[in-house]
Every structure is written in C-alpha cells, then in structure tokens.
Design a protein around this ligand. Structure first.
Ligand SMILES: [Zn+2]
Length: 318
C-alpha cells in the first residue's frame, strides 16, 4: 500500500500572484499534501501502463491526516479488513530544509507520538474588590504551565525524546470587575515512542491532581489530536534504503526521531511500515508557512522512489 494525504490546513495562503493559489480562503496546502497526491497519481498512471503481474497494490488517498483522525478511521473501516489489509505500507513526506530530492529515513522510531491535552480548572468568581470571596485558578494555572513543561525532567532518564509544550492558556473573562472562576491550559505531549507516552500522561495527571487539590479547585481533562508514533519496520526501511541507492538518490540515515507527528503511525499496528522524507530544498519555506509552495519538480522524485519500492516487492513480470 502506498499512502498519500488529502487534507489541507486552516491557513490563508500568501498572496504572491501564483496562479495555483488556493481558491478557498483560509484553506491552503501548506504541508504539501497536494504534492503527495500528485505523486500517487503519477504511480497510478504508471500502473495503468504496467499493471502488476501478481498481488495487489493499494493507492490510499487518506483524508484528515492533520487532525490524526484519518488513518484511524481507515483501519477501523469495515472495508479495511475486507479489501485493503496490506502486507506492507509506505509513505513519504516532503521536507523543506533538506537537500532537494534527498531521501532520509531511520529504522524504528521515525516520528513522535503526540497528543493535545486540555485541562479545565474550575473555581468560582467574585467581585474583583473582594478576591478573598472567590476561588481563582490563576496561581494553579501558572504553576501548571511551568511544571507541565518541566515534567519530562522529573521522570526516569531516557535517551529518547519526551517533550511537553504549553500551547494555549485562558483565564476568566476580559473584565476588570470580576475575578476569574475558570481557566484553561492546553499542552502538547510528545514522545519518541508510544511506550514512553503513558508514563508522561500519568505524570501529568498526578501533577494536575496535586496542584488542583492544594488550590481547592476541581478540574477535567480532555485529549485531542492523538497521534501514534511512526515506527519504521526493519525490512521496510532496508527496502527504502536499497531503492534510494538504486535510484542514485542522496541518502541520509537520520540519527534522531523527527519531533513532529504523522498519523501514518497508526498503520504500524496492522502491517509492516516505513515512512521516509523527500528533501524539498534547503531554501524552501517551512511546512505550515503561508508562503510554502510544494515544488512540482519533486513529484518525479517521489514517483521514482515509490515505483522502485513497488518493484522491490516483485509484483511485476520481468
Ligand atoms: Zn503533512
């Protein structure tokens, strides 16, 4: 199975006169998923001319990667077991900042597991002239913002990445007359593997419990945008390395897990998987930038790699 993503982002694309600028306001392909789709269509075109002699090839155009919901919906769909269930799955992602056309990959943990955590703190309001009559979550909120980011340091040491990033906070209402009764803290938890995520989640829970108890507050917690880590299978990774060498591509074996997340990780739970990066050029704008533009010249590099990977599976007659 070869997988590309369909979705765009809620970003207003920069107005710089390009003809192919998004026609939908505040919707843009700022992650280059349109380029990934074009690559898969390139493979479809080649398969129309040269169909496989045996086996089945699935070209999966998957929606909702950015929210982490798409891959899970695919594997939970009835159609997946009945007609798709692949033996092996490959995906690529373009990567600005890396040499154009370069292939980079690592075996094992390739991209981090992550999840958004929304913590709602509940106290009660009072007149701002009488703060002692209210129960403000302000100090608990400040403590949590600081302590949650420091949480990984309090856990047993690990050579693999664990990271908590505060991304949003909200306190009370925009008014000078009332003390806040409610607060929201949002953080993103990130770990190199799924196994590392659970202790981090538990530590966050324990911390929130302790801080709110001391402050006399109640709380609730919600998780959003849950991504599994992308774990590259040994054989599938070797195939990518072999194909990159066969195609004469510049090849880099990555030392560290990529800190971002990709919902392709979900497929690791059902089949052998490998994801690799396709360098989009050192001067290209970063992903999710409003001025980002997938370089079309990259399409043939992606097609070449995917085609080599299909040939590696011996699906075609000699
Ligand atoms: Zn993306």
């Amino acid at each position: 199975m070869l997988r590309a993503e369909l979705d765009a982002l809620p970003i207003t694309e920069k107005e710089d006169g390009r003809e192919w600028r998004s026609q939908n306001e505040h919707v843009a392909h700022s992650c280059g998923h349109d380029g990934h789709m074009a690559i898969l269509l390139g493979i479809a075109k080649k398969l129309a001319q040269t169909p496989p002699a045996c086996g089945e090839i699935v070209l999966l155009f998957q929606p909702a990667e950015e929210t982490g919901a798409g891959a899970r919906a695919v594997i939970e769909s009835e159609k997946f077991d009945a007609s798709l269930h692949p033996d092996i799955a490959y995906a690529l992602h373009n990567q600005p900042g890396r040499p154009f056309g370069e292939i980079s990959i690592r075996e094992g943990s390739f991209a981090c597991a992550s999840r958004g955590m929304i913590i709602k703190l509940h106290g009660y309001c009072s007149h701002a002239a009488h703060p002692e009559q209210g129960l403000s979550p302000v100090h608990a909120m400040c403590r949590l913002l600081e302590a949650l980011e420091q949480l990984p340091q309090s856990l047993p040491t690990s050579k693999d990445l664990r990271l908590v990033t505060a991304v949003h906070a909200q306190l009370g209402e925009v008014t000078f007359g009332t003390t806040p009764g409610e607060a929201i803290v949002m953080v993103t938890l990130r770990t190199a593997t799924d196994v590392l995520m659970q202790p981090l989640v538990k530590a966050a829970h324990d911390l929130i419990e302790r801080v709110t108890q001391e402050a006399g507050l109640t709380y609730d917690i919600e998780f959003r945008d849950i991504f599994a880590a992308v774990i590259n299978d040994q054989q599938a990774t070797t195939d990518v390395i072999h194909c990159a060498q066969k195609c004469g591509k510049m090849l880099t074996l990555l030392e560290a897990t990529n800190r971002w997340s990709e919902d392709f990780g979900v497929y690791s739970t059902v089949c052998r998987c490998a994801m690799f990066l396709l360098g989009a050029g050192e001067t290209a704008r970063v992903l999710h930038d409003s001025a980002y533009d997938f370089p079309d010249a990259l399409i043939e590099h992606g097609v070449e790699m995917f085609w080599a990977l299909l040939n590696e599976q011996q699906l075609f007659a000699d």
